[in-house]
Design a protein around this ligand. Structure first.
Ligand code: NAD
Length: 531
């Protein structure tokens, strides 16, 4: 495996030639948070271990202030025509593309990921901004509905914003998972209070600043800061809807808190995602696809593949080709497009990844590639790792690793691949490599997974934002993207106007005659096929 030691310069149009962010930028972004009432926390860059910022934290008073501001700002915001709201996100789209160098630097420094994986996030936000700016008007507009009595009952369904939406987002895809969820919530007329992870708060604050530069009024989207276990409950106790992305354990906790207040929630949680390589797969494409599918953001991606089931006829060729691709990977997190994979983000990620690999090794797994940390590159670098001979006693068999570790299994048939792929409590993402797309679709429909990609790892489904994205089982509930990704942020209100006659006996009519008249009318409507 080749390595790229983190270098101090970038070769693209990066605004930063240093591995540290400009002090003025850090200060300006940190000052945007509604925070300062609680002691600050120090945040360090994963790839180098050097300090990024002393990050202010939000107190209960800060949170109260943010909600009070949001409630006032939301009323004025929701009263604006939707065309004004969407125009802001068209400008936001253009700005994020033209100013990507700065956010790519921030993203890389906060997460330790390679620039190419940071760019995936910029692309994601641009796609969501474009989609919801163009699609929301028709998704949110008032709709006429059939009334109880033909012509006499006139019904409209309108969409009302929930009010103040809280988005609690994690550290692994901090731009995509904060901004891309905020966009539809805001376009729907809500105020948003984001709680990004401390590790990646500057990324969310940058997006928040950019939205105001695009025309979003102050106070409509605010950012508060704090550990989830400290302030998560405070946010949920004040919000009208909560969006959470993170672990299944925390997701259950958040669901219970939201349920106790009878507010809606959307949870995107963990996964143990399977990749199927069928007997007829294009081996080269499968091997290259597996690199993207398994090692994007060093596997710290909920959609990442951690299990590969290869048909016995393709097994030897696939393993050989995949290992050749892994051997070519360059590790590093320099601020340029030089590296194929960056660092893990935390010490605890490194500990968890190492523990899975050591447990597997001790119980008889074969390490085909990687299997060790790379402290020579930075404190949390870990090599892309491929395991074989993995058995159910090993943690890596069933538990999510959330790191650059994938296990390969040989299967004798498609049915066996499907059965093994479905042997999990999760159901977020899956992928199938085959030359026969229609066979791929048939198999896809048998996989218990919110998304299935054919001949791609995750980005084909994830990036097709007109279609919903979300998990089955322990991978969560609720959807982002598509119509569901915005309609979750509104309540439907039915307005029914009764004309000429009441829905009651006419003057002088007995209840019995009324019941007979209605019985006749109901039969007639059934006969006429009225909906
Ligand atoms: P975690 O659930 O502990 O933390 C994720 C985020 O939730 C963090 O920002 C944290 O501050 C916040 N959080 C924690 N407790 C909270 C609470 N009580 N209320 C509100 N927020 C709270 O997960 P982790 O250990 O940081 O990450 C690893 C796990 O998270 C993996 O299992 C992975 O699947 C999952 N994860 C999934 C995604 C995804 O995109 N679906 C993203 C990140 C992490």
């Amino acid at each position: 495996m080749t390595t790229v030691i983190p270098q101090p310069t970038g070769t693209d149009s990066s605004t930063s030639s240093e591995r540290a962010l400009p002090a003025e930028l850090v200060k300006r972004l940190a000052a945007r948070a509604v925070a300062g009432g609680a002691p600050s926390v120090e945040v360090a860059a994963p790839a180098t271990g050097s300090k990024i910022v002393d990050l202010p934290q939000s107190s209960i008073e800060d949170i109260d202030k943010a909600f009070a501001t949001a409630r006032i700002a939301q009323r004025e915001w929701a009263a604006r025509p939707i065309s004004e709201r969407t125009a802001i996100f068209k400008r936001f789209h253009d700005l994020i593309l033209s100013e990507q160098s700065e956010i790519l630097d921030i993203l890389q420094i906060e997460t330790g990921k390679a620039r190419t994986h940071a760019f995936d996030e910029v692309g994601d936000v641009a796609i969501n901004a474009r989609y919801y700016a163009n699609a929301s008007k028709s998704l949110l507009e008032s709709r006429g509905r059939n009334g109880l009595l033909l012509f006499l009952t006139q019904v409209n369904e309108i969409k009302r914003p929930k009010g103040v939406v809280t988005i609690i987002s994690p550290w692994n895809y901090p731009l995509a998972l904060s901004a891309s969820d905020a966009i539809p919530a805001l376009i729907a007329g809500n105020a948003v209070i984001s709680r990004p992870d401390n590790q990646t708060a500057l990324t969310a604050l940058w997006a928040n600043e950019l939205a105001e530069r695009a025309g979003l009024p102050a106070g409509v989207w605010q950012v508060v800061l704090g550990r989830g276990s400290n302030i998560g409950g405070e946010l949920i106790s004040r919000a009208d809807y909560v969006d959470y992305t993170g672990s299944t354990a925390t997701g259950r906790h958040i669901a219970a808190q939201a349920a106790s207040r009878l507010i809606g929630y959307s949870l995107e949680l963990g996964g143990k995602n399977p990749m199927l390589v069928l007997a007829d797969a294009d081996i080269k494409k499968s091997a290259e696809g597996a690199i993207r599918a398994c090692f994007s953001s060093a596997g710290q991606l909920c959609e990442s593949m951690e299990r590969i089931y290869v048909h016995t006829e393709a097994y030897d060729a696939f393993v050989k080709a995949f290992l050749a691709e892994v051997a070519k990977m360059e590790l590093g997190a320099d601020l340029a497009y030089n590296s194929d994979m960056g660092s893990l983000t935390f010490d605890r990620q490194l500990t968890a990844v190492s523990a899975h690999v050591e447990d597997a090794r001790a119980k008889g797994a074969t390490v085909l590639a990687g299997g060790k940390a790379r402290p020579d590159l930075g404190p949390y670098f870990y090599e892309p790792t491929v395991l074989a001979d993995v058995t159910p006693e090993m943690s890596v068999y069933r538990d999510e690793t959330f790191g650059p570790v994938v296990s390969i299994y040989r299967v004798d048939s498609d049915d066996e691949a499907i059965e093994q792929a479905n042997d999990t409590s999760y159901g977020l993402n899956a992928c199938i490599f085959t030359r026969d797309t229609s066979r791929g679709r048939t198999i896809a429909a048998q996989l218990n997974s919110g998304a299935v990609n054919i001949n791609e790892g995750f980005i084909a489904a994830w990036g097709s934002v007109d279609a919903p994205s979300g998990g089955l089982g322990d991978s969560g509930t609720g959807r982002r993207h598509g119509s569901e990704g915005i309609l979750k942020y509104v309540d439907s209100q039915t307005i029914a106007a009764q004309h000429l006659l009441p829905v009651a006996p006419l003057p002088g009519m007995s209840d019995e005659t009324w019941a007979q008249t209605m019985t006749f009318a109901l039969r007639a409507m059934r006969f006429l096929g009225v909906k």
